[in-house]
Design a protein around this ligand. Structure first.
Ligand code: TMP
Length: 208
């Protein structure tokens, strides 16, 4: 595959979605062929799975069921959208990928990073991102941002988790960044969108 696969990760309210938009703009101005997509979702079947996972009514959902649904959604999005784009030589910016499952389901939910990795390796068939940018914002800062932007933010079942859950997710990401130092880069996220996007752009340029 000739394209480049770049994932963005972070705790809720880290601002990564706004950062991605800005990075996409920089890359387009620089003349690159770039497509942004997101998980869970990005294609119809995966968006439908997203609705099941995030439905605030589904309070009884078992953690392993949740992990399997994210992996299923990931698989469909990967084969239907990401792989074809990479084959066309595009730069694919993906809002969340496998590390979200490792941090949220593996570490924060307590299933175990290795167990969730096993489930996901079946789903992703060796396709890891070329680069993963972890937008590092303290969880309390992220939750405050969500609270301030409630009107424009879709509140999902995971947003309703306790602050302790969000702290564990953040810890999970720090562990992953240590486990995969070549792939995952920690980007200081408590700055303006433009500053964060600039650093991301430089890191991406480094692998192009
Ligand atoms: P977002 O679209 O606002 O980033 O929300 C997606 C939510 O889903 C967020 O709370 C993180 C969560 N999530 C997981 O728990 N595991 C996953 O594998 C993915 C992709 C997302």
């Amino acid at each position: 595959m000739t394209g480049k696969f770049i994932s963005f990760e972070g705790t809720d309210g880290s601002g990564k979605t706004s950062v991605i938009k800005e990075v996409e703009r920089y890359l387009k101005v620089a003349g690159y062929d770039v497509v942004t997509t997101r998980e869970p979702g990005g294609v119809s079947i995966s968006e439908q799975v997203r609705n099941v996972i995030h439905d605030t009514e589904n309070k009884e959902m078992d953690p392993v069921c949740e992990a399997l649904l994210y992996a299923a959604s990931r698989r469909q999005h990967l084969v239907q959208k990401v792989i074809p784009l990479l084959k066309e030589g595009k730069i694919v910016l993906c809002d969340r990928y496998i590390d979200s499952s490792l941090a949220y389901q593996g570490y924060a939910r307590g299933i175990g990073i290795e167990k969730v990795k096993e489930i996901n390796e079946f789903a992703i068939d060796g396709i890891y991102p070329d680069l993963t940018l972890f937008i590092n914002v303290r969880p309390e800062v992220g939750l405050q941002r969500i609270f301030e932007h409630q009107a424009s933010h879709e509140i999902n079942r995971l947003d309703e988790e306790s602050i302790e859950f969000h702290k564990r997710t953040h810890e999970g990401y720090l562990i992953l960044a240590k486990m995969y130092p070549d792939r995952i880069k920690d980007v200081e996220g408590e700055r303006s969108i433009k500053e964060v996007a600039n650093d991301c752009f430089k890191l991406i340029k480094g692998i192009l």
